[in-house]
Design a protein around this ligand. Structure first.
Ligand code: FAD
Length: 321
């Protein structure tokens, strides 16, 4: 009989890891939006997330506000930013510059994306990075040049994954092959696009594991508390909103009832994903904290708190259970 492995012999190492918690924010488009965002940031900070991701406009249009927000998060909060970056709208030289700038201000995680193609049909110019996979490779090259700054360590590179077929992809199998290719190029983890059916995350996980994808795949869930937003999201992300959810939101009489419906639907999705083995939950917040915090209250995730104090839920309006 072989001796027990280090992991078997050390019970604490085989403990179940705490579920990771993260939020998505987008850079504000006006001073008023910035004020609301910072209220949200302070509320979310009290839940001690593992990281907050900051989106990047595919045209590169919000580059300055994105970097500014990331810088403030690093300087003024306890939060760790994960910077989104897109191929679309940037030359490889510009991207290398932005990656270097992000590393220099202290960013240690980048979500490498292609970005949505412009609606006017203008195709990327010659020499532009074509796929997220190319961006991962560029990030790894810039990282290599800064290995001393990083103490020869690596930054975390995340990518997008799709529970339902990407609008430009021929099939869900192709999406999984692309995810595998991104893993081979150096992706460390994936965050999913929004989804509305409880079984979709488990199905993606099964397809991905069967194909050889071993990186963590974190479900991205969005509390949808407005019909308008649900419809807009469907258009933007190419994801078909669940008809049952749309009907329930349309029939609701008040904002509070819509909040309740959106939160419960999100909790169901997150619980189904956790049952399927999700290693974390990523909440798309729309820069609003109330529904995200309600979801969190109802989920009761097994987590360690980095902060000594928990947030004061008495200060917020409560949903009826
Ligand atoms: P890719 O993985 O490059 O895939 C793009 C398309 O090309 C897919 O159809 C894929 O099947 C195909 N493809 C990829 N590689 C190959 C290959 N080698 N051969 C053949 N076909 C291939 N957009 C933004 O603009 N800003 C953001 O901040 C942002 N954040 C996001 C965060 C998350 C978690 C997610 C899920 C999406 C986000 N998006 C964002 C949207 C994303 O940019 C779009 O979904 C985009 O259309 C695809 O990006 P990707 O990184 O998945 O691209």
């Amino acid at each position: 009989m072989s001796p027990p492995s280090l992991i078997e012999a050390h019970p604490n190492l085989s403990d179940t890891a705490p579920v990771a918690l993260s939020y998505e924010l987008f850079p504000p488009r006006s001073p008023a939006a910035a004020e609301t965002l910072w209220t949200t940031i302070r509320e979310l900070e009290t839940t001690a997330p593992d990281y907050v991701s900051v989106t990047y406009g595919a045209s590169g249009s919000n580059r300055d506000t994105a970097v500014e927000l990331i810088n403030r998060l690093l300087l003024e909060t306890t939060l760790r930013p994960l910077a989104h970056l897109t191929c679309v709208g940037n030359t490889p030289q510009e991207l290398a510059g932005i990656i270097g700038e992000l590393l220099d201000i202290g960013v240690r995680g980048i979500l490498a994306l292609r970005g949505d193609l412009p609606k006017d049909g203008v195709r990327p110019s010659d020499g532009a990075l074509r796929y997220a996979q190319d961006l991962i490779e560029l990030i790894r090259r810039v990282e290599q040049r800064r290995s001393a700054l990083l103490c020869a360590g690596k930054i975390a590179v995340g990518v997008a994954a799709y529970p339902s077929r990407h609008p430009e992809s021929p099939s869900e199998e192709h999406d999984v092959e692309v995810l595998l290719a991104k893993q081979r190029s150096g992706a460390d983890f994936a965050i999913t696009q929004v989804f509305f059916e409880t079984e979709q995350y488990a199905n993606l996980l099964t397809r991905a594991r069967r194909a050889g994808v071993t990186i963590p795949i974190i479900p991205g869930v969005m509390p949808l508390t407005s019909l308008r937003r649900l419809t807009r999201l469907g258009e933007l992300a190419g994801v078909e909103p669940a008809p049952a959810l749309m009907e329930r939101l349309a029939a609701a009489d008040s904002d509070l009832e819509r909040l309740h419906i959106g939160v419960d639907a999100t909790v169901d999705l997150a619980n189904a994903a956790l049952d399927a083995g999700a290693p974390g939950i990523h909440l798309y917040t729309f820069n609003e904290h109330q529904s995200a915090l309600e979801v969190l209250d109802k989920l009761a995730l097994p987590r360690h708190s980095r902060l000594g104090t928990r947030r004061d839920s008495a200060a917020r309006p409560q949903l009826a259970s």
